[in-house]
Write a protein that binds this ligand. Sequence first.
Ligand SMILES: [Fe+2]
Length: 257
Amino acid sequence: MSARVQQVVPDLVEAIRDVMKKHDVTFQDYGAAMQFLINVQETGELPVLVDAFFNATVVDIENATRKGTKADIQGPYYLGADAYNVVTDKLPHRPEDAGAPDMIIRGRITDLDGNPIAGATLDMWHSTPDGLYSGIHDNIDPKFYRGRVITGADGSYSVSSKLPVPYQIPNSGPTGLLLEKYLERHSWRPAHIHFWARADGQRDVVNQAYFEGGDWVGDDCCDTDHLDLVVPELIENGVRVMEVNFALEPAVAMAAE
Ligand SMILES: [Fe+2]
């Protein structure tokens, strides 16, 4: 790690110095930036700030070596593997969401040649129909809108749930101030479903699926505009169906690159 630090940090510092010189940064600018970072630290928003600007870049770098399904940002709301130890074909929803629109998520997990992978594990999590995450917001029981499926012999899976909606990343603190007031950007993410696909001997894929035609698709505040992960609209019996397939590549191939 020390060698990595020596490799990256001097370039990082030099890049920041170049920007300072380019824009003739004054002591007043410098003080304002310092105060902003202090505010970020004091509000505990460091992960939000860093993720909003840089997480998608790490994903892009990782994807350059991927031959199979592309990765996307994991986001901060996974909760750890313990939240997914119930295998289900129906993600639990809050009683008050009974009338919310239904959704079916289905697809196949295969290897790069299209051969089905039986017994692959797929963890899913997504927002409530009002844009909140269980276990994170408003004391919502963490069992809701989270679950795990295991693929069958043909590599297929299918699970029902309720449609998620677009939501705003936390915007009442310094990150929101920077995004919305000073940069005149927004803090919205398009509606999405998070996935973590795993199978023995294969490289994990953590990604998200987006809804074709949805608000903010292609204009995500977190710059995760992986349009290859936008799922075409399919309605069956009035229910939105999300066909999400995964092609996993061998873990060994990744390590060798
Ligand atoms: Fe999310």
